[in-house]
Write a protein that binds this ligand. Structure first.
Ligand SMILES: Cc1ncc(COP(=O)(O)O)c(C=O)c1O
Length: 420
């Protein structure tokens, strides 16, 4: 044994330089950590948070029972401790095809179009490495989901993220003229600067849903350029109003369409990590080769419980009911939040078409604003910085965590309104 040395051998340039800081979301969440709240002289019990990017409805009772059944049955429990196939066991892949068919009328999906994974987060990272080379550009709308930026840096060294304008930072309208993003995309594609366009739908942070006409136009441009459309459907069940036409698109018919899905939001299973990717089999086969060295095996217990739950609840019709009720809950929550913002903050904001969020224009530095509002009112918002240039004077307000406590939404906005 050598002597204890004081110097560590050092870390990679990736973590030291390329991703040397936390995103603004993680930074404010750290500020809002209960121990820090106490240090600020506030009571953690009194904090009202519009910060969390999560839902808060109950998972189906039947799902809980199925987990209990698996755990109580010695044989099922033993089997759930085995590795599953790299892209997921056949039963869960079959049931996910059924889920898409029954809930969204996605036809023609086959189990070999499905790659089950740990989460959308893992699948996004891995699929980038399957479809792109380091250095290939990735396009996103401005603003977009903040985690993509570091994911691209980690998965594709040397690649850049190209913004396509969507939110007008002056009028606070979303895609007031669809020609503008379409022309931007055309230009990026004609110069060969991107290999994929990534769109969360419904979106985080704007909660907008891409109209089918615009998305079809984007797809035509990407197809001509030999680039992919990656739809992030983490919030797919949470659309308000009629189901968007594009939600029935199938990768069986569109060779450059990849969609990423997750149990996190719709099944209130953020911590029971399970996601899946839908893509032509040439891509899922390639995922298998890559995932062997990243994940090796998606979670067998969550896969088994989800497959059993889907088979049963699709069969007896209870799944449609569960999803409808959940969707209505978030729509009601969104309506209450928008009314409270209008009444107490009186600032421009986006009208959510689904999802868990809205964006409010505050016309000042959002990092300072959110820190001040937290300190002075005990209300937590997320600064827009980091979502894209259009949000440099905006904040993200999440109503997801308060879906079960509408009074708190109103109280939070009242507090902010009185202060500002
Ligand atoms: C657009 C979007 N995609 C993906 C995720 C993460 O999903 P998962 O829990 O499956 O990693 C989130 C989480 O907030 C999200 O907002």
């Amino acid at each position: 044994m050598g002597q204890k040395r004081s110097e560590s051998p050092g870390l990679s340039r990736l973590v030291e330089e390329t991703i040397s800081t936390l995103s603004p979301i993680q930074s404010i969440m750290k500020i809002a950590d209960p121990s820090n709240i106490v240090r600020m002289g506030l009571d953690p019990e009194n904090i009202i948070s519009f910060g969390g990017g999560w839902c808060n409805h109950e998972a189906p009772e039947r799902l809980r029972e199925i987990y209990a059944d698996i755990c109580l049955d010695a044989s099922d429990f033993h089997i759930s401790g085995r590795y599953s196939a790299i892209t997921g066991n056949l039963k869960i892949r079959e049931q996910l095809c059924e889920f898409e068919k029954n809930i969204f009328s996605v036809n023609g999906l086959r189990p070999d179009n499905i790659c089950v994974g740990h989460s959308s987060t893992q699948l996004f990272h891995d699929v980038l490495r399957v479809i792109c080379d380091p250095g290939d550009g990735i396009a996103v709308l401005d603003p977009s989901y903040v985690n993509y930026f570091n994911a691209v840096k980690c998965a594709l060294p040397g690649s850049s993220v190209q913004f396509i304008p969507a939110l007008d930072p002056v009028t606070w309208e979303y895609m007031p003229d669809p020609e503008i993003p379409t022309e931007y995309l055309k230009e990026l594609c004609s110069e060969g600067r991107i290999k994929a366009l990534v769109i969360p739908d419904p979106d985080n942070p704007t909660s907008q849903i891409m109209p089918s006409g615009i998305l079809s136009g984007f797809l035509d441009i990407l197809t001509d350029a030999g680039a992919y459309l990656v739809m992030d459907h983490a919030y797919k069940t949470q659309y308000f109003g009629d189901m968007p036409e594009t939600y029935s698109w199938s990768c069986e018919d569109i060779p450059n369409l990849i969609s990423i899905h997750s149990n996190s939001k719709w099944l209130s299973s953020l911590g029971r990590r399970l996601g899946w990717l839908e893509a032509p089999s040439v891509i899922t086969n390639a995922m298998e080769r890559l995932v062997e060295s990243t994940l090796l095996s998606p979670d067998s217990l969550h896969s088994a419980a989800t497959a059993r739950f889907l088979e049963e609840s699709i069969g007896n019709g209870s799944l449609v009911h569960y999803i409808d009720e959940m969707r209505k809950l978030y729509q009601r929550t969104a309506t209450i939040t928008m009314k409270a913002i209008d009444r107490h903050m009186g600032k421009p904001r986006l009208d959510p078409k689904g999802g868990l969020y809205t964006c409010v224009k505050i016309d000042t530095d959002p990092v300072r604003f959110t820190e001040e509002i937290l300190r002075e009112t005990g209300v937590l918002f997320i600064p827009g910085t980091g979502f894209g240039p259009s949000m440099e004077e905006g904040i993200r307000v999440s109503y997801g965590p308060l879906c079960d406590n509408h009074d708190k939404i109103v109280e939070g906005m009242e507090r902010v309104g009185s202060y500002i």
